[in-house]
Design a protein around this ligand. Sequence first.
Ligand code: TMP
Length: 205
Amino acid sequence: MRGVFIVIDGLGGSGKTTQLTMLKKRLGRRALFTHEPGGAPRAERIRDILKSGKGPKLDPLTDFFLFWAARAEHVGARIKPALRKGKIVISDRFDSSTFAMQVRGDEQKTLEKLFWQCREHTLEGCMPDLYVILDASISTSRSRRRGRGEGEDRFDEREEAYQKRVRAGYKEFAKRLGKRALVLDAAEPQRDVNETIVHAIEKLA
Ligand code: TMP
């Protein structure tokens, strides 16, 4: 029996962490919670390179392939084994982030075709059953991140136009995926958002 694979994604400050905490309480041991970049030992080492603020900015192509390299490890070492055990796998971010940030945010139009090819190849046998995209306005996402006192990461440092492209990129990705994606308004009460997510997961599990 194959389990169910769900991705929760969206801008920082879109309520992802709150939703994941609520889902952990609701689903308990039926679910395996994981995240990207990382989620498996060697993928975590790639995460360290990606998140390190030191040194010059990575070339966009390096960035793109490091996210896919980490994902290949994550899929093979963690996600597929859990799905084979019939688990509900919930990933905090996945390739939806690469599409939104590297392809659309960084305006790497030439990577678009490569993105869909990497996706086909890397996710063979473990395509997510559902992407939940938490859609927040740029101002909501920024004020929530500041409210949490989060340190700035590479995303926060970028200009508003970039953040708008990323937001639109998530919506475009969801549109492309059709029924396999659900875009939810992150401004709705968190409990209502959670009910909708749990309902969608239960329909698949
Ligand atoms: P986080 O784990 O604290 O959310 O940090 C991950 C950062 O990496 C966040 O800014 C989003 C970014 N990211 C990408 O740019 N592309 C990707 O494919 C993924 C998974 C994350």
